[in-house]
Design a protein around this ligand. Structure first.
Ligand SMILES: [Zn+2]
Length: 287
């Protein structure tokens, strides 16, 4: 048997001087367990005392109504997470679910910070409720639907739940999941938390900044004249400006100048290339 657990977290963006990077520091855990009919049978809720940044950003305070004092009185991450794992562990295979993958990314990031290990103990499966909901409702992939908009779509009053708090949001996510759940297809979207799962989630997409990088496909760097279709001559070196490589080209036969911009962005499996060729209009020389 697989135990479905919906997790929702609240966090505060904190800068760790020792790690020299920003971390979404967890300040609240909320989770529910579901039975076979997807009813909530158990819940977990706890604030977390921050370690990196004691003061919450005002955006976080306004959104969650959690105060600096609330979290100051709570237990730290190591204690709360230990308690969460005890609550999680009931001898069954655990499938963790969250609305979008930010919560699991944040949990993994906190595990990296505290344990130098991204692995979430006990969890062997992961399911993105937001992606599944959008799929079942035929919503376009690009725009990620918020939990409250999803609730509106299925005519559920989101105000009945403590909005933007970890437990309330996980309860509401359970309602949204139940509304679209289909036992015949959901298994297709379950991810196994193996090495590749963690590699993929820890991978940070980046923009290539060195024109001599092995990822830079030189054939993409050419410029064809939009007037005559012939290859134009490069008249400047490639410069890296505003996350793009930029160079100028000139077509001798048409006497037209071009500005070419190319961006190479490395994602986990693919390289995304954006290219634009802009014709530079000749300014009329007024004397
Ligand atoms: Zn030309």
């Amino acid at each position: 048997m697989t135990q479905f657990v919906i997790l929702d977290l609240e966090w505060n963006t904190a800068y760790s001087r020792s790690k020299e990077r920003f971390i979404n520091e967890i300040i609240e855990f909320g989770a529910v367990k579901l039975d076979d009919e997807l009813n909530v049978i158990d819940s977990f809720s706890s604030l977390v005392k921050p370690k990196i940044e004691k003061k919450l950003r005002s955006r976080v305070k306004n959104l969650t109504n959690i105060s600096n004092q609330d979290v100051a009185e709570a237990d730290g991450f190591l204690i709360v997470f230990e308690r969460f794992l005890e609550w999680l562990d009931d001898g069954e295979e655990i499938m963790l679910m969250s609305w979008g993958d930010m919560d699991i990314r944040t949990l993994i990031d906190n595990c990296v910070y505290y344990y130098d290990n991204p692995r979430i103990p006990l969890v062997s499966k992961y399911f993105d409720l937001q992606s599944y909901f959008m799929l079942k409702k035929n919503l376009a992939k690009g725009q990620q639907i918020s939990l409250s908009n999803a609730a509106t779509l299925i005519e559920v009053d989101a105000d009945k739940y403590t909005h933007h708090r970890a437990l309330g949001d996980s309860e509401l996510a359970a309602v949204c999941f139940r509304a679209v759940f289909d036992e015949n297809d959901y298994l297709k979207y379950v991810l196994t938390c193996d090495d590749e799962f963690y590699e993929r989630i820890l991978f940070k997409p980046y923009i290539v900044t060195d024109i001599n990088d092995i990822l830079v496909d030189k054939t993409v760097l050419s410029c064809r004249c939009t007037e005559c279709g012939m290859l134009a001559n490069q008249t400047s070196d490639w410069k890296f400006v505003n996350n793009n490589f930029r160079a100028f080209y000139f077509c001798k036969s048409c006497k037209v100048r071009y500005r070419v911009q190319v961006q190479f962005k490395k994602a986990y499996t693919q390289l995304n290339i954006k290219k634009s060729v802009i014709k530079i209009e000749n300014k009329v020389n007024k004397k």
